[in-house]
Design a protein around this ligand. Structure first.
Ligand code: ATP
Length: 263
């Protein structure tokens, strides 16, 4: 059974967000909240701006207008140094994983601990091994290079790196893309287990219906340059919209619903 968001404390509040590339308007007056300890799934058709939204929040894309408030502070009003302080409370897992291929897993995870937490190499690598164990990797994986690992293990190692600085918000961009269904289901369970144990909030961009049903407390649907609905799955599924109908009530949607009920 999924845990409901413990309470309604807002961790991230996006208001009136507008993003455009040339004449292509991606977001117009987009509003969305992320609550404390919740797993929020963000879905929508291809090109609806899920990744641009994520990148706007984590500071990799400067929005054209609107406000993004994080931990009670408005990002645009902060100096670069203050922003970096806030961004250090985020953990981000990009679709590609983005590990350095020339570094072992242990070195990859240790890097943010050395750079940002200013730990010694020995302490950082010790803590990195703890993080690698936390995401379910065997001890001998620490000395391996990304190319020596399966896709599922690389995903877990990337997650360990995203968790290196004990983030309060974890951003996941298509975390199960490229994983086989068993590996994807195991990764979904890992996210819920870690959220329950560590208490962070999760902003999860996905196309994977199984992931939505097995992990998310709420789901936000992006359509027509904004958020069409953001609510519990039962409410989202019942929303009268052609994309939602096709997505949730098409053959793939029905299979995921059945699996979700069986869990
Ligand atoms: N740097 C950029 N320059 C120009 N256009 C961009 C840029 N980044 C994103 N876009 C455009 O913004 C739109 C939204 O892109 P985004 O990657 O956020 O979509 P998405 O919902 O994540 O799609 P998908 O599900 O296919 O990953 C797309 O039309 C994309 O081409």
């Amino acid at each position: 059974m999924k845990e409901k968001a413990a309470h309604r404390d807002v961790v991230i509040s996006v208001r009136g967000l507008c993003n455009r590339f040339g004449r292509h308007e991606v977001h117009t007056d987009l509003n969305l909240d992320l609550y404390h300890r919740e797993i929020l799934g963000v879905v929508g058709g291809s090109g609806t701006g899920k990744s641009v939204l994520l990148r706007s929040i984590v500071g990799l894309h400067a929005p054209d207008s609107g406000t993004i408030e994080v931990f009670g502070e408005q990002l645009q009003a902060l100096s670069q140094q203050q922003r970096s302080r806030i961004e250090r409370r985020f953990g981000v897992l990009f679709q590609s994983g983005a590990l350095f291929s020339s570094l072992t897993l242990q070195e990859n995870v240790a890097l943010p601990l050395i750079e940002h937490a200013k730990l010694s190499r020995i302490d950082a690598e010790h803590l990195a091994r703890v993080k690698l164990a936390l995401v379910g990797l065997p001890a001998n994986a620490a000395e391996k290079y990304p190319a020596q690992l399966s896709g599922g293990m690389v995903k877990r190692a990337s997650l360990a790196r995203a968790l290196a600085l004990d983030p309060e918000v974890l951003f996941l961009d298509e975390p199960t893309a490229g994983l086989d269904p068993i590996g994807a289901a195991a990764f979904d369970r890992l996210i819920v287990t870690l959220r329950d144990a560590l208490g962070f909030s999760v902003f999860l961009v996905t196309h994977d219906l199984d992931t939505l049903y097995s992990t998310c407390d709420r789901v936000a649907v992006l359509a027509s340059r904004s958020v069409l609905v953001a609510d519990r799955l039962a409410v989202v599924e019942a929303t009268d919209d052609p994309w939602i109908r096709d997505y949730f009530h098409g053959p793939r949607g029905r299979t995921a619903t059945t699996r979700g009920e069986a869990r």
